[in-house]
Design a binder for this molecule. Structure first.
Ligand SMILES: [Zn+2]
Ligand SMILES: [Zn+2]
Length: 319
């Protein structure tokens, strides 16, 4: 862990220190640019790619590229951005931190500092005014419910108050290495498109192969990976099973546990946000936790927090 600190506090005005969110046109421009690049363009890119598919290679290597980049970015977001940086549910070496930040950035869901600040605010104000992406604040008729779902799934990202990083992630902005890696977010996100294109081009030794790599390992994978994670914010704050009585409307939904890297145990997660395990029991599939356990086997992760069976049982609804 890097112990060098950036004296961020000294360069901020008292007013900025007090504010929990920042709302200004410059930040909104950045949000809109990111929304167009990583929400709108993957949809347009996929639509343009569809008629090209018969003319470019598709076989085991394209499936391999899709799965490889989906796994890297999924572990980067779930085991890195979410469980390590947002919730500090385990500790790991600096090299592993950097690797997870780069993998997470390749998912195109924003830099780790912003992602963690937004997600800590989500836990602080879940389904209350100020929650960046609650589907439950628009009213109860069916039109309002749909508006809420669309907002929480995707459109909230277009323009939203930005959580003050001094307030929400003071621990992260003290880590100089993390700040440096995070500053190059767009470089890492572009790598998530360029690398599969290079690999596809080299494998087939053709431009068509590079295009196939770009589409399957990059564009489709960003679209698929993003929407599985966003569905936790949207659908699982409306539908599913509630194992623990929590103040907000989080639910569990086992059928998408593997696809969401274990993030779909969302009610478990709201009940025990500091836990590295979201499934809590071995039979609730939780790939994001399996990755942390793998790090542990190689002595690359330690102080892994998991609640005891007594604590879990005490909070169960039907206990
Ligand atoms: Zn939630
Ligand atoms: Zn969380």
């Amino acid at each position: 862990m890097n112990t060098e600190t950036v004296d961020v506090e000294s360069i901020l005005t008292d007013d900025t220190k007090r504010k929990k969110v920042v709302d200004n046109p410059f930040l909104h421009r950045l949000q809109k640019r990111h929304f167009i690049l990583f929400q709108i363009l993957p949809i347009i890119g996929s639509l343009i790619a569809l008629p090209l598919l018969p003319y470019i290679p598709f076989g085991p290597f394209e499936i391999f590229l899709f799965v490889l980049f989906w796994l890297m970015t999924g572990f980067g977001v779930s085991s890195g951005y979410h469980r390590l940086f947002t919730h500090r549910s385990y500790k790991t070496h600096e090299a592993v931190q950097v690797m997870l930040v780069i993998w997470g950035a390749m998912a195109g869901q924003g830099g780790v500092i912003s992602w963690s600040a937004l997600h800590r605010r989500h836990h602080e104000l879940s389904d209350k005014p100020g929650d960046p992406h609650s589907p439950n604040l628009f009213g109860n008729n069916w039109r309002d419910r749909i508006r809420g779902l669309v907002h929480s799934h995707v459109t909230w990202m277009y323009k939203h108050p930005y959580p003050s990083v001094v307030h929400y992630v003071p621990d992260l902005i003290k880590n100089k290495t993390l700040i440096k890696v995070d500053q190059h977010y767009y470089l890492w996100a572009s790598l998530g498109l360029v690398l599969p294109a290079i690999l596809g081009g080299l494998y087939h030794w053709s431009l068509a192969g590079a295009l196939a790599g770009f589409i399957w390992g990059g564009v489709f994978r960003i679209l698929w990976g993003g929407h599985t994670i966003w569905s936790i914010n949207s659908f699982l704050h409306c539908f599913g099973m509630k194992r623990f009585q929590t103040e907000e409307h989080s639910h569990n939904f086992g059928p998408i546990a593997l696809l969401s890297f274990g993030e779909s145990w969302h009610n478990n997660h709201h009940a025990f946000p500091a836990s590295a395990s979201f499934g809590l029991e071995w039979y609730r599939l939780d790939p994001g936790y399996w990755f942390i356990q793998l790090l542990e086997v190689f002595h690359l992760a330690w102080d892994v927090k998991v609640p005891t069976p007594d604590k879990i049982e005490a909070r169960e609804i039907n206990a």
